[in-house]
Design a protein around this ligand. Structure first.
Ligand code: GLN
Length: 550
């Protein structure tokens, strides 16, 4: 095999949200399973330095890496599909590229030259790509996904940069894969190829001829349609791949493999590699499609309308569900609705409640009320970050009698700030990248639910927050049976809380959803779902009328 790295560029056409990230991750998985060292990278054409400052309504979830980088949610797909931990170098934004260039310009590094999009921006993009190939064990293949859609003004420098890469590295080292849409037009009763033809034409106008097309459609397109697309787009029919919607995203790599996507890529690069073993993924998909039981978990949050804001949580439930042979039906409950109509109405038939992370006071009252309901009714509870903080507030108010307990995040003049600003956050004024971010160690208390779930004494989990449990309240909380079951190694920060006499009530200051993997569900999600299954079975038993003897 040749030593130089190969590059696969994944672009998108026609519309956004076609699943470029899942396509890039699926290709990565197949190549990894053929024995290659794969590196996925995402280029985002916006001017924010990272998505950390963006509203989840606009951008979806912010995916935090071990090194503390706040990244695009596609990095979540890469980590989950390839079971890898990535770093800040795996997500490049236009904001970062310009930041670097402007800093250099101010230093005088350009020696009087006019700094321009071409060549300076394109060179910086290429250098960030090439940087990924350095190191002791460089990857065999870089899979670079270009955010946005071909034709967008913002993505032009990226497309020009990858076009140049194709020229400089040669066709034997580069491959262009275009994800496109083949829409079904109801009134005509047909699939239409024209948008794909236009999208490929737009690519060719800027000098990129795709080597493969991934045709997204609702149902699988016919071979005749693939031949037509092949003819008009100058792509061999075998490389026009039918990428129809699947009930689960974990079916996508299997679908690609069945259509020889990985064989075609290996052939293109001259790799002679064994077939990939994806039997574990096949088993997983079978289990997802044929669950033995169903449970209902309520998620009470602020952004319940936009599922992308909770992407990793949703996937974590799929992984934990597979492990427990259960389909987890997520019931999205707006915290505002709970505040208005009470928790019982929404939660009486749920088998568990999860409160996700979040910022700002809107919806907090509803979250606290829903936590009270599940705590009092012995329904399994899992609180993540803000969810844990709300659980502590609820406990302080309703069990410890501190009626006006609240978080310093929402009110500064508080009698009982049971959640307060972390010491190292004092004086921080800038918003971008200044939270407690990334992986930190945590020591678990023996005998607790968390310790049982992880099966070890020390863990590492990813964080993204500014506030924490106020240590001044540790005593009163623990005296009333709140258990501090995970602490920072110096014992200064409470990372996990539990309630003693409750079937499963766990709140964590970190984001476990960022570390769940398809075939390695996160221990806490796994055990939460197990507890919910048990609760569900108990509930069903309760419904059976008792046999009375006369
Ligand atoms: N807003 C809370 C904090 O900053 C929780 C953050 C979160 O849920 N990610 O501490």
């Amino acid at each position: 095999m040749s030593k130089s790295a190969k590059y696969i560029f994944v672009t998108g056409g026609v519309v956004s949200a076609l699943g470029k990230g899942i396509s890039a991750a699926s290709i990565g998985l197949l190549l990894q399973r053929r024995g290659l060292k794969v590196c996925n990278v995402k280029f985002d054409p916006y001017l924010n330095v990272d998505p950390g400052t963006m509203n989840p309504y606009q951008h979806g979830e912010v995916y935090v890496l071990d090194d503390g980088a706040e990244t695009d949610l596609d990095l979540g797909h890469y980590e989950r599909f390839l079971d890898q931990s990535l770093s800040k170098d795996n997500n490049v934004t236009t904001g970062q590229v310009y930041n670097t260039i402007i800093t250099r310009e101010r230093r005088g590094d350009y020696l009087g030259a006019t700094v321009q999009v071409i060549p300076h921006v394109t060179e910086e993009i290429k250098s960030r790509l090439k940087k990924l190939v350095r190191g002791d064990e460089p990857p065999d293949v870089i899979i670079a996904e270009i955010g946005g859609t071909v034709g967008d003004i913002e993505s032009q420098p990226y497309l020009e940069a990858i076009r140049q890469m194709g020229q400089e590295e040669g066709p034997e080292n580069t491959m262009f894969i275009h994800v496109t849409l083949v829409p079904f037009i109801n009134t005509a009763g047909e699939y239409k190829t024209k948008p794909t033809q236009h999208s490929v034409r737009a690519l060719r106008e800027i000098g990129i001829q795709p080597n493969m097309l991934l045709c997204r459609s609702v149902q699988r397109i016919t071979d005749a349609l693939r031949q037509k697309i092949s003819l008009f787009c100058s792509v061999p029919t075998s490389s026009v791949i039918a990428a129809e919607d699947k009930p689960t995203i974990y079916h996508v790599p299997i679908n690609f493999h069945e259509q020889h996507v990985d064989d075609i890529i290996c052939q293109h690069f001259g790799w002679d590699l064994p077939q990939p073993d994806i039997s574990d993924w096949q088993t997983m998909v079978e289990k997802i499609n044929n669950p033995k039981r169903r449970i209902k978990i309520a998620i009470c949050g602020k952004y319940v309308m936009l599922k992308d804001a909770y992407k990793s949580i949703i996937e974590s439930f799929v992984h934990a569900g597979v492990h427990n042979d259960a389909e987890v039906n997520l019931i999205w409950v707006s915290s505002e609705d709970i505040k208005q109509s009470g928790a019982e109405k929404f939660l009486h038939d749920c088998d568990g409640l999860l409160i996700p992370g979040g910022f700002g006071e809107r919806g907090v009252a509803g979250k606290i009320e829903s936590i009270r309901y599940v705590r009092e009714n012995n329904i399994p509870f899992f609180g993540l970050c803000l969810g844990m903080q709300c659980a502590v507030i609820e406990y302080a108010r309703n069990v410890c009698g501190l009626t006006d307990a609240h978080s310093y995040e929402f009110y500064h003049e508080l009698k009982h700030p049971v959640i307060h600003l972390m010491a190292d956050q004092e004086g921080v004024t800038e918003l971008g990248g200044t939270m407690r971010l990334g992986a930190y160690p945590c020591v678990l208390t023996e005998g607790c639910k968390a310790h049982q779930a992880y099966g070890c004494d020390r863990i590492s989990e990813r964080h993204r927050h500014r506030y924490e449990l106020n240590n001044a309240y540790r005593q009163i909380l623990t005296e009333r049976d709140l258990v501090l079951s995970g602490m920072s190694p110096d014992n200064h920060l409470v990372e996990i809380v539990e309630i003693k006499n409750h079937p499963w009530f766990v709140g964590v200051q970190f984001h476990p959803e960022l570390k769940s993997r398809p075939t390695r569900p996160h221990p806490l999600f796994r055990e939460f779902v197990r507890a919910a299954v048990e609760y569900n079975e108990g509930r069903k038993k309760d419904k059976v009328p008792e046999i009375t003897h006369s």
